[in-house]
Unconditional design. Structure first.
Length: 153
C-alpha cells in the first residue's frame, strides 16, 4: 500500500451500519465496535485499488448512485484510543468507552473521520482494515433540542 494511503480523512460524510455499542448481530461479533463511512466515488476507487476493503451498495431506485463505503473499526483497548467528539447545540462533548453506545441512538447528520490502515494476514486471506483515530459526530437535533439548548443543566 502506498505511504500516502496509510491514513485517510473524510469530512461531512454520512455513515451507515453503525454499531458503536459493539452488539452481537448476524454480521458482528460481540464487542466489535464499528461503523461504515460513505466515501466519494473517486476516493473510494483509489482506495480500492490500493487494497482497502471498499464496499458498494447498488442503487435502490432508478436515478440513485452507487454508494461506496468503508467499515471503520473502533478500538478503545489500543495504546492510542480514538478521540471522538459529539457536536451539538450544547457544544462539544467528548465520547468515551463508557458513553459511545449512545451514538447508536442519535440522528447523525454527518461525521468528520480520520482513520489509519492496518494490514492483516490470516487463514482466510489478507487485507487492510481501517481503524478510527479521530472523529467529530454532528447530530441532527430536533426543534425541541434547539429550543432548550440554552437552558442551564
Amino acid at each position: 500500500m502506498p505511504k500516502e494511503r496509510a491514513e485517510f480523512t473524510v469530512e461531512d460524510a454520512p455513515i451507515l451500519y453503525r454499531n458503536f455499542a459493539g452488539a452481537k448481530t448476524n454480521n458482528n461479533a460481540l464487542g466489535s465496535r464499528n461503523f461504515c463511512v460513505v466515501l466519494p466515488e473517486e476516493d473510494a476507487l483509489i482506495m480500492e485499488r490500493d487494497g482497502w476493503n471498499i464496499k458498494r451498495r447498488e442503487p435502490r431506485e432508478e436515478g440513485d448512485d452507487v454508494v461506496y463505503y468503508l467499515q471503520i473499526k473502533i478500538n478503545f483497548d489500543s495504546s492510542k484510543p480514538p478521540r471522538i467528539t459529539l457536536i451539538s447545540s450544547a457544544g462539544q462533548t467528548p465520547i468515551t468507552v463508557d458513553t459511545i453506545a449512545a451514538l447508536d441512538q442519535y440522528d447523525i447528520k454527518s461525521v468528520d473521520v480520520r482513520a489509519v490502515a492496518y494490514s492483516w494476514e490470516g487463514t482466510l486471506g489478507s487485507g487492510i482494515s481501517a481503524y478510527l483515530v479521530n472523529m467529530y459526530v454532528v447530530i441532527d437535533e430536533d426543534v425541541l433540542d434547539l429550543k432548550y439548548a440554552d437552558v442551564p443543566k
